[in-house]
Write a new protein. Structure first.
Length: 124
């Protein structure tokens, strides 16, 4: 039951990331308004979104590591490249790298969480 809920949440997260990445700049959801910290916070948004995505997909599909890596890391690259065709958006290598780092961090964090829960279960 928990795994199905996690999977549904992971897919919903991916759908939201697709919308946020491919929508026009005016329709893009933002967590912070214009100001001094906006540039730094945008990096945190990108990294955090893909870290959450990687974490959720790995927790939902722990036995399908290749699928999770391909989906999370592949979506980061493909969605960044698709921004080329959006008139007011731009694809940048540094943005893709931030997303890839976040996705990898999320996957590795989920892997560590699952490893620790297995160790804790064995001690009981």
């Amino acid at each position: 039951m928990i795994q199905r809920l996690t999977a549904a949440t992971a897919w919903a997260c991916l759908i939201f990331i697709i919308y946020a990445t491919l929508s026009s700049i005016d329709a893009r959801p933002e967590l912070i308004g214009p100001g001094f910290w906006k540039g730094s916070f945008t990096v945190i948004e990108r990294f955090g979104a893909y870290a959450l995505l990687g974490l959720l997909f790995y927790l939902a599909y722990p036995n399908q590591v290749a699928f999770v890596c391909l989906l999370v890391l592949g979506s980061a690259v493909i969605l960044e490249l698709l921004q080329i065709v959006i008139p007011d958006r731009d694809a940048r290598v540094v943005d893709a790298l931030e997303k890839l780092a976040g996705g990898a961090a999320g996957i590795l964090t989920a892997r560590k969480i699952l490893a620790l829960t297995v160790v804790q279960r064995q001690k009981l």
